[in-house]
Design a protein around this ligand. Structure first.
Ligand code: AMP
Ligand code: FE
Ligand code: FE
Ligand code: ZN
Length: 285
């Protein structure tokens, strides 16, 4: 079976590998196609597209937008076939809520007596979208914690001493923005939202009127039980499915491109169905 990976992060957001390195890893993994889906930025796509063309591997221009429900659940929305001329400013509001929240977490750290600055944190990133992994790295570098895991367990994870949730930014806004750009839109890792199957279903159903096309049925953190549930849910809502590893390089150890934690398998047929659906609607592929 030809395999694909439709969920990958590079150093343009909070992954550790440059876009060109991602292409080489995808080719080495024998993938037929892959998408780069950095958080809230398209700044890595040009490099990846160029390398992918040279390597002869099918490439889908993607993005993963971070949103928050009123009840402070974190909902990620994947967009595919982001147009080539799309300026990164389109996604600025998503990066701004990121920056505000990072600043508030840094203030919390300061009030705990940890002299962390915004400059320390941005020094940990080569990209456009700063996030908790960069704060975690800065804490490691300062010797405040011994590992990223400790940084999340003690300070940055939900329940951590410096944790601040993001301001509400409705998932429907992300779906509408991406649909307006002509993207195919998928609800990312529904089982990671944190409200179980019922909440996942409720959120997906609520996004259908905004044009949601698919749900991410296959993901490194989702079990085969979850895959069956989400595939069934997609069918009953009239949606397609997507899938990918959510590779972040060294920022999420144990996850590899195309294979996830080892058992992930996303077949080319998943992409084939997305392409057919776009063709039926006259959208470019
Ligand atoms: P942010 O987008 O700033 O909320 O950061 C979310 C990112 O932090 C995720 O995409 C992961 O890369 C990373 N992350 C979240 N929780 C953990 C954790 N417990 N350990 C390590 N990395 C984590
Ligand atoms: Fe991430
Ligand atoms: Fe995500
Ligand atoms: Zn992701």
């Amino acid at each position: 079976m030809d395999l694909i990976d439709l969920h990958i992060h590079s150093s343009a957001s909070d992954g550790t590998c440059a876009p060109a390195d991602i292409v080489r890893s995808a080719a080495r993994a024998g993938l037929k196609a892959f998408a780069l889906t950095d958080h809230d930025t398209v700044s890595g796509l040009a490099e990846a597209a160029e390398e992918a063309a040279a390597a002869g591997i099918e490439f889908i221009r993607g993005i993963e937008l971070s949103t928050n429900t009123e009840d402070r659940l974190s909902v990620h929305i994947l967009g595919y076939w982001v147009p080539e001329n799309c300026p990164d400013e389109q996604f600025e509001v998503f990066r701004l809520t990121r920056d505000n929240r990072n600043a508030r977490m840094i203030e919390r750290l300061n009030s705990l007596g940890i002299p962390q600055t915004f400059e320390d944190v941005s020094a940990e990133s080569e990209g456009e979208a700063l996030g908790r992994p960069h704060i975690a790295k800065a804490l490691c570098r300062k010797g405040v914690v011994r590992s990223m895991k400790e940084a999340f367990d003690l300070y940055l994870g939900s329940g951590g001493m410096a944790y601040v949730p993001r301001e509400p930014l409705p998932p429907s806004e992300a779906v509408s923005l991406l649909k307006g750009l002509g993207c195919t839109v998928s609800l990312a890792h529904p089982m990671l939202i944190g409200g179980g199957e019922r909440k996942a279903e409720e959120i997906a159903r609520g996004l259908v009127p905004f044009g949601l096309d698919a749900v991410e049925a296959y993901h490194s953190s989702q079990s085969s039980w979850d895959e069956r549930f989400l595939t069934g849910m997609a069918k009953s809502l009239g949606l397609l499915v997507t899938g990918g590893s959510d590779f972040h390089g060294g920022n999420k150890p144990g996850i590899s491109i195309g294979k996830g934690k080892g058992s992930l398998r996303v077949g080319y047929g998943v992409l084939g169905a997305l392409i057919r659906s776009r063709e039926q609607r006259g959208l470019p592929v």
